[in-house]
Design a protein around this ligand. Structure first.
Ligand code: ZN
Length: 295
């Protein structure tokens, strides 16, 4: 039966279609069947080789930045480069995928600044965003239109001191970083970052892809500290684990189409094959999951 986007709720469609970011270093080879990101054959610690193919459509000739097309089939006109600061570090400083819409880049910078102000020494680590002119990015199915960013977690050691690993570490259902003794998911700082995104005064967060068990941890923490209820609700809606991509070692944050970007397409196109592939992959993951998750 032919799948039609209009026949399902928007969020469901987007979760199926937008499972686009796979934990670097953990991906299986090949493009995920749900239209998710391709595998990255590189080692997690290896230098990033972000290579953008030519965008499928020519950017418009406007004077301002513009996101064109969808996150999986788009381009970026006059993207803004995210620069490093005391609160923001690039995972691959020599890479070329550090461009996004001003709305996204400024949101990341504001968020990093807020977290660092509240927790001195905290540093946000940002992986891929988009290539300078957008378009296909090696290892990703999305990240084509300047609206997506991969952001590492904040971690602490057993004594609560900030830890900044050289790579994105997976986190198990107890909050422990895999392969790094004593290092754990810093729920307080990570919540502060999520909160900053969903309350950003300019950008409108569409999705925050993250593993179910980490979403649960973050929301429990927010409840525990008495975070403003509407903010918790907003975060609960934004955070989701897409099918086919666990996102247990980084956040993938996507903003909605910036206002005024008339050629921006909010959701990737869902095809019959991608939907079927997503379901199939989701079933495989559920069957193979060993650790319990709380969601
Ligand atoms: Zn991503």
């Amino acid at each position: 039966m032919r799948f039609r986007l209009g026949s399902v709720p928007a969020l469901s469609a987007s979760v199926v279609a937008l499972a686009l970011c796979v934990a670097p270093g953990l991906e299986a080879k090949g493009k995920s069947q749900d239209g998710g990101e391709k595998s990255k054959p590189r080692a997690d610690s290896a230098p990033k080789k972000s290579k953008a193919a030519s965008p499928k459509r020519a950017p418009r000739r406007g004077k301002g930045s513009e996101s064109i097309g969808s996150p999986t089939d788009g381009a970026l006109h006059l993207g803004v480069r995210l620069s490093q600061s005391s609160a923001v570090k690039l995972r691959w400083p020599s890479g070329s995928a550090h461009f996004g819409t001003p709305e996204l880049v400024k949101m990341l910078k504001r968020g990093a600044s807020k977290v660092a102000t509240k927790y001195p020494g905290a540093v946000m680590v940002v992986g891929d965003i988009s290539a300078k002119e957008g378009g296909k990015l090696s290892g990703h199915a999305s990240h084509t239109s300047g609206r997506d960013a991969d952001v590492g977690f904040y971690y602490v050691d057993a004594k609560g001191r900030t830890v900044r690993p050289a790579r994105f570490l997976s986190v198990d259902w107890k909050g422990h970083a895999v392969g790094a003794a004593g290092v754990r998911f810093d729920v307080a700082r990570n919540w502060a970052m999520v909160q900053s995104w969903v309350t950003d005064p300019r950008a409108r967060v569409q999705h925050i892809f993250v593993a179910k068990h980490l979403r649960s941890m973050l929301l429990k923490h927010a409840t525990k500290i008495g975070a403003y209820l509407p903010v918790r609700h907003r975060a609960a809606i934004a955070m989701k684990q897409p099918s086919g991509a666990a996102h247990d070692n980084h956040f993938h944050v996507r903003i909605s189409c910036p206002r005024g970007d008339r050629e921006c397409v909010q959701h990737p196109r869902v095809t019959r094959s991608s939907k079927a592939g997503s379901k199939k992959k989701g079933r495989r993951q559920s069957a193979s999951r060993k650790a319990p998750t709380k969601s």
